[in-house]
Design a protein around this ligand. Structure first.
Ligand SMILES: [Zn+2]
Length: 504
């Protein structure tokens, strides 16, 4: 009479590609899984309905008035009721058959119309499932077998650099175009010169490239057997390719910088950064629009956003009445962002989200920060000398003080919100997140925990209540295991948040 069918909502590779074609450059989804999760999280269900999502049922969560004893029976019932069940599910009679199945799909998975990163192996007998039980929230009767990411060999044609918003010199690999699972890849990020040297990448090398869930592919390593001796060792250019200023290297640091504050790349990048989601979040203005605003001279500094006129916007390519109004409304709304977002938007070297939040709550407003001495900023817990000096030096520059005054005149918020201790269902519990989450960003997860009254710990200790482990977790995981801290996965956190959502 009553039944709950559980399953997985997914997006096919084709729908994913079509969706990304419609998205703005800075809103691209990294992979179909994120696209599916993002589509489901839309506040407006009508948007969700336009995304081409599919569903496979795989489990009966609850049932009334009917008995079954095997997972395979459950699947048959789900199928009989008219739900789609993955047609490749197979009942294996021995461990050998399980292993054959895993091996077979390692290659054949590429013929599927959707991406998979592994297969799930389940015990068929429900009584045995019961007996095996669960550890934390992970069932012992169900286990995922993961495949390694696909690597493809191609030629490294050249290594070039672009200049980031803080003047950082970022090398990237120009590759002979190669197809990795339906996506043509012709460039890959290289983090810095040290990264190139560590991997011993030489121009002209054959290299292995992989896309492991990210938009930007990675160069894994050179194929040394294919070297001919013609390959060239790479060195960073001595001068900035855009403004010819000598590149600055800081001893003991991996990064190199173009120190010219007026470097054209830097200016555009810093303007794009200001409007980005992580900073002031002016969501109707994307990269292309920033480029136009800079080339027309309407925006030379981020303060110029607040003096833009409707007429100026309408004179730009592709801007109609409605979009001009939307941009003006978004710029207006950005005046009321949290103070820490402005601190990020100001483009101070090393100023990340966490740093900005710490500084905003430590000083409370811009005036306290402007009069703070170097030692005072460096001394804030969680800041330290490198970030502290960078912030202090930035604030001392005449030009930057003038920028702050212009933003203040424009009415941009420079006051931190009152710190309030939130109480809620998670009060008294401490959490720490490590690694990358799939369904949300780490700051978003932390915010959700804090909203429910939980505390975010600064590190692993015996008193930590929960460690949430995402992909690629490192030393924190090992430490927590040693300290006997309860360890959970992302799904556990999602369930926990969902469970308490209605209580707030
Ligand atoms: Zn430059």
């Amino acid at each position: 009479e009553k039944v709950e069918v559980r399953g997985e909502i997914y997006m096919s590779t084709k729908s994913f590609e079509q969706l990304n074609e419609q998205m703005k450059d800075d809103k691209l989804f990294a992979n179909p899984r994120n696209a599916a999760a993002g589509s489901l999280r839309q506040k407006d269900a009508r948007i969700t309905a336009t995304r081409h999502l599919d569903f496979f049922g795989y489990q009966i969560g609850y049932i009334q008035g009917m008995d079954f004893y095997l997972q395979s029976q459950a699947l048959q019932l789900i199928r009989d009721w008219g739900f789609l069940v993955n047609p490749y599910i197979q009942l294996a009679k021995s461990l050998e058959e399980v292993m054959d199945y895993c091996q077979k799909w390692e290659k054949e998975r590429f013929n599927l119309p959707y991406e998979i990163d592994g297969v799930v192996i389940k015990i068929n007998d429900l009584a045995q499932q019961q007996e095996l039980g669960t550890v934390a929230r992970d069932p012992r009767w169900s286990i995922a077998f993961k495949y390694p990411p696909t690597q493809v060999a191609t030629k490294l044609l050249d290594i070039r650099v672009n200049i980031g918003r803080t003047g950082s010199v970022n090398p990237w690999a120009a590759l002979e175009p190669v197809n990795i699972r339906g996506v043509t890849v012709s460039r890959a990020a290289l983090h810095n010169e040290g990264d190139v040297q560590r991997k011993d990448l030489r121009i002209g090398d054959w290299v292995l490239v992989q896309r492991a869930g990210e938009v930007i592919p990675q160069v894994v390593k050179p194929v040394e057997e294919r070297r001919t001796g013609q390959e060239e060792v790479y060195h960073l250019p001595e001068r900035c390719p855009l403004c010819d200023t000598p590149i600055l290297r800081i001893p003991d640091q991996a990064m190199a910088y173009c120190p010219n504050e007026e470097c054209p790349a830097r200016n555009l990048e810093s303007i794009i950064h200001f409007v980005s989601r992580g900073a002031m979040d002016i969501d109707t203005i994307g990269e292309k629009m920033c480029e136009q605003l800079v080339t027309t001279g309407y925006v030379k500094s981020v303060a110029d956003f607040y003096t833009l006129t409707r007429e100026q916007l309408l004179s730009l390519e592709g801007v109609k009445d409605r979009s001009a109004d939307k941009m003006i409304a978004a710029i207006e709304a950005s005046k009321h962002r949290n103070f820490w977002r402005l601190l990020i938007g100001l483009n101070i070297r090393y100023m990340g989200e966490k740093t900005a939040q710490i500084i905003a709550s430590a000083f409370g407003n811009i005036d306290n920060l402007l009069v703070a001495g170097e030692a005072e900023i460096v001394g804030v817990p969680g800041i330290g000398p490198i970030i502290g000096q960078s912030v202090y030096n930035w604030l001392q520059a005449e030009k930057n003080r003038a920028l702050i005054e212009r933003l203040r005149q424009a009415g941009v918020n420079m006051q931190a919100e009152q710190q309030e201790e939130t109480t809620g269902p998670l009060s008294g519990q401490s959490f720490l997140l490590t690694g990358r989450l799939n369904t949300m960003t780490r700051p978003a997860a932390e915010e959700a925990i804090v909203k429910l009254g939980g505390k975010i710990a600064s590190g692993v200790s015996k008193s930590l209540n929960h460690l949430i482990v995402g992909e690629g977790a490192g030393s924190k995981l090992a430490k927590a295991q040693k300290a006997g801290v309860p360890i959970h996965d992302e799904q556990w956190l999602l369930d926990l948040l969902k469970e308490h959502e209605s209580e707030v």
